[in-house]
Design a protein. Structure first.
Length: 204
């Protein structure tokens, strides 16, 4: 009777020990499978975010100008006056503009005014591309100081002091090609200047 009980006790212990080993292995496998599932889910989330970012459209600002400084040469052979006077003469202009990042510009121009006087204009301003979302159109403005309206014509421009006077010029332009742009400069209530802008690229 004692031997019989001892035999059953050993069988029960062996069965419990084996079951404990199987349970430990099963738990280990479950933990490993759970870690793999979490890792796969995390990897899938990262891949989805990368795909979403890569497929997102690129947003550009209105003023798109290279960070490298470039130069523009401007020539104007014609100006249309709204009201002609007997003492008006043809207006011609030549200017050089330096472009900076963010659409900012600075430059100088020399021109013969409506009365045949030489005038120098130093200015700064900003350019905005894609006017009204039209790819080839742009507009820009500049403001500065000009000198040259002297003598009997000094009162032809406002706030003239000793030949020096302020100026603000809004300009609308059309890009004909990479090397040619046509511009229309609005000179207050006096005239409309028609010019040609030639991008020169980096000259530094």
């Amino acid at each position: 009777m004692v031997r019989h009980k001892v035999g059953w006790y050993r069988r029960i212990n062996n069965f419990d020990f084996k079951n404990m080993l199987y349970l430990k292995k099963a738990k280990s496998w479950a933990a490993q499978c759970g870690m793999l599932a979490l890792g796969s889910a995390a990897l899938g989330s990262v891949q989805a975010q990368v795909a979403e970012q890569s497929s997102a459209p690129t947003v550009t600002t209105a003023a798109t100008v290279s960070s490298e400084s470039t130069w523009d040469l401007t020539l104007s052979p014609m100006t249309v006056h709204y009201f002609y006077g007997n003492d008006h003469t043809p207006v011609v202009l030549a200017g050089l503009t330096k472009n900076f990042s963010g659409g900012w510009q600075a430059g100088t121009a020399v021109f013969a005014n409506s009365f045949g006087q030489p005038v120098v204009y130093a200015f700064a301003g900003q350019r905005y591309d894609n006017l009204f979302k039209l790819e080839n159109w742009y507009w820009r403005w500049n403001a500065g100081i000009m000198y040259g309206y002297v003598g009997e014509y000094q009162n032809q421009v406002p706030y003239n002091r000793g030949g020096f006077s302020p100026a603000i010029v809004p300009i609308v332009g059309y890009k004909v090609s990479k090397k040619l742009q046509v511009e229309f400069s609005f000179l207050g209530n006096a005239a409309l200047m028609i010019g040609f802008n030639y991008p020169l690229g980096g000259v530094d």
